[in-house]
Design a binder for this molecule. Structure first.
Ligand code: ADP
Length: 493
């Protein structure tokens, strides 16, 4: 039995409280897996924000109210408490006087809320005060992305070392370098940090302030979500301007591959699927496909592969290239198969997909929006899931797809390269371009029509174990190593 470790895991998204992307999946599944590791005692608790409607979630109720000093003045913080996993992981969702009670999490209609620095700074202040209020004393504060990065430099200022019962260490995990929480310097007062941090070796970033940079500079360890992405962000353009800061921390920067929640994503019991299947009984997948084709009004009589897309509608995800490629292919009368597409995001891109759908309504099922049930159905029913990302820190959908015997067609970048094997568990694009996409879709269709080999590939994909129960151990090892190593030096604290 290893010695016990207590961790406070800070995140702006966690299922089922609020989700806009993969961070919510990881924030639910990793802590649950850590709490369930055999021979380990990890007391992990999640600190997040109370998105609108949290009080109506099953199992969530008001646990405590306290007043916190924040850069917006003293605020009354309500703490809603729920549980994750087998019920062992507490989730504390903080509500600082309604600042997260809005239709969007980060913004609406494609624009960020103008007071995001204030909102997320208040969140970090509230979360750092929370352990004392709830009566626990974490060894490690584990922040995620720019939204909770401020907690790293703030920790010694909000909770003075002499008032702590033990030294606390910090980790920051980066899920996507493109989002950094960069704001004008004249908003500095909202951070609550002393002005001494306004330096190139602090939060200063090209005449502005960067929350993510603060997390990178002062945490004991920096992690990102795949070994491949770690390499990419150490140089530009992958580092989105922060590769220098990362290289500076290179010896304390690790790439740990994300996993998937194999209970949420299990084709043999998925509550969103009307028909179930598994590796030992794969045949019902075909019935599921036919049933969904009917429901989605994809009526062709000839055998055709079904290509799925479940994604944010963003340039990062390559959905602009994909839609234009499909327009061009369609003009030549060949989309290589039927398509089931679910996505939301960039409104101009959404419009392009709507326009494509209007031309081929009986070959493309399109849903613009965020729909968890449909995401499961598309990934369950499709033969291939197309993920032509320009860059991909880890990516989860390709791993969900493999578990469901749906072969990912991916641009081999970052985590996609680390998780999909070309010709074995999926297909790699040889080039991220219209011609590269066309070639890989043609290869996919050929495999589908040839029959035998695709069956073997699906079997191999379904046998890949991407579960968190497998991968959480690396985080447990990391936590213990941090506690044994000297802390990161912060000259400003
Ligand atoms: P990212 O976090 O960059 O968006 P990931 O692949 O890591 O990409 O995670 C995306 C998560 O969001 C997956 O769980 C995927 O199923 C889900 N998702 C993406 N778009 C939608 C959508 N429109 N509706 C439902 N789920 C979606």
């Amino acid at each position: 039995m290893n010695r016990s470790v207590s961790v406070f895991f800070l995140t702006s998204e966690v299922l089922p409280v609020v989700k806009t992307g993969g961070l919510a999946d990881v924030s639910a599944a990793l802590p649950a897996a850590l709490s369930e590791l055999p021979d380990e005692t990890i007391d992990i608790r999640i600190g997040t924000l109370a998105f609108r409607g949290v009080e109506k979630l099953p199992g969530y109720s008001l646990a405590k109210t306290f007043v916190a000093r924040t850069p917006a003045g003293p605020l009354t913080i309500r703490i809603f408490e729920g549980r994750l996993g087998k019920g062992d992981v507490p989730v504390y969702a903080v509500d600082p006087e309604g600042i997260f009670d809005r239709p969007g999490l980060y913004g609406e209609y494609g624009s960020e809320y103008p007071d995001n620095l204030e909102r997320f700074s208040v969140l970090n202040h509230a979360l750092l005060h929370l352990p004392a209020v709830m009566g626990f004393s974490p060894d490690i504060i584990h922040a995620n992305d720019w939204q909770t990065a401020l907690s790293v430099p703030l920790l010694p200022h909000v909770i003075r070392p002499r008032t702590r019962t033990k030294p606390q260490r910090t980790v920051i995990s980066i899920h996507n370098m493109a989002f950094q929480g960069v704001y004008p310097l004249d908003q500095w007062h909202w951070t609550g940090l002393p002005p001494s941090y306004n330096r190139f070796d602090g939060l200063e970033y090209h005449g502005r302030l960067s929350l993510l940079k603060g997390g990178i500079q002062f945490s004991d360890v920096v992690t990102t979500v795949s070994p491949g992405y770690r390499e990419e962000v150490l140089t530009e353009p992958g580092g989105f301007g922060l590769s220098g800061a990362l290289r500076h921390r290179q010896d304390r920067f690790v790439g740990l591959l994300n996993g998937i929640d194999d209970r949420e994503w299990d084709p043999s019991s998925d509550p969103f699927l009307p028909i179930h299947f598994s590796r030992v009984d794969p045949a019902p997948k075909e019935f599921l496909k036919q049933r969904m084709r009917k429901e989605w009004r994809l009526f062709s009589a000839e055998p055709r592969p079904l290509f799925g897309v479940v994604s944010r509608m963003a340039h990062q995800k390559g959905l602009d290239l994909l839609v234009e490629t499909l327009f061009a292919m369609g003009r030549e009368g060949n989309l290589e198969g039927d398509w089931a597409v679910l996505g939301a995001g960039d409104s101009a891109l959404e419009e392009r997909w709507r326009a494509l759908h209007a031309i081929y309504p009986d070959q493309i099922h399109l849903r613009i929006g965020f729909d968890e049930a449909l995401a499961h159905r598309i990934i369950g029913a499709a033969d291939f899931l197309v993920v032509p990302s320009v860059y991909e820190p880890c990516g989860l959908t390709q791993m969900y797809a493999m578990r469901y015997g749906t072969l990912p067609v991916v641009n081999p970048t970052g985590g996609l390269r680390d998780t999909v094997e070309d010709g074995k568990t999926g297909i790699w694009l040889d080039d991220l371009s219209e011609s590269g996409l066309r070639r890989s879709l043609r290869t996919a269709r050929g495999l589908y029509l040839a029959g035998k080999e695709i069956g073997e590939m699906k079997q191999r994909a379904m046998a890949v174990d991407s579960s968190w129960s497998n991968r959480a151990r690396e985080y447990s090892r990391l936590y213990r190593n941090i506690l044994d190593a000297p802390p990161c030096h912060n000259p400003f604290a």
